[in-house]
Design a protein around this ligand. Structure first.
Ligand code: NAG
Ligand code: NAG
Length: 130
């Protein structure tokens, strides 16, 4: 059952593109308390996909060990929203994307900014979580 699920997941992944954070870039320095704009990009999918929610979280790397997104939770939730990426003719290089203005909590040091994303893919609406 497990290998079946993984194969299905891989096949769906090839059709439905994952959503990714394109800015702030990995390694950016951001200040506690600042409002920042998080740009979430989604490649155009080769099949029907129905976007549902996304969650943006930020989790500090305590003791120098960065939490693995998904394994250890997302930390402070910065945004929870319906994901509705749009094409902006003024920024065609960004493709389908959506901007989220979020406020950075009072945390210090290296931190992981994570994106949790659910979509329903294909005519049968298979759930795909990443
Ligand atoms: C971000 O950069 C760090 C340090 O170079 C690296 O360990 C990490 O894997 C990178 N994360 C992503 C999502 O690229
Ligand atoms: C989000 O932040 C940008 C840049 O600071 C700003 O131009 C925009 O008005 C903000 N949008 C909202 C909805 O607050």
């Amino acid at each position: 059952m497990r290998s079946f699920f993984i194969l299905v997941s891989l096949a769906l992944s090839a059709l439905a593109q994952q959503a990714t954070i394109i800015s702030p870039a990995n390694g950016s320095t951001i200040a506690a308390g600042d409002e920042i704009v998080v740009n979430v990009h989604q490649d155009e999918a080769a099949t029907d996909d129905v976007q549902i929610p996304i969650v943006l979280g930020i989790d500090p790397c305590l003791g120098g060990t960065c939490p693995a997104p998904g394994a250890d939770g997302v930390g402070t939730i910065l945004a929870k929203s319906l994901f509705d990426p749009q094409f902006d003719p003024n920024t065609p290089q960004e493709g389908l994307h959506q901007l989220f203005n979020v406020t950075v909590p009072q945390i210090e040091g290296p931190s992981v900014l994570s994106l949790t994303h659910l979509q329903m893919v294909g005519v049968s609406g298979m759930p795909l979580f990443d």
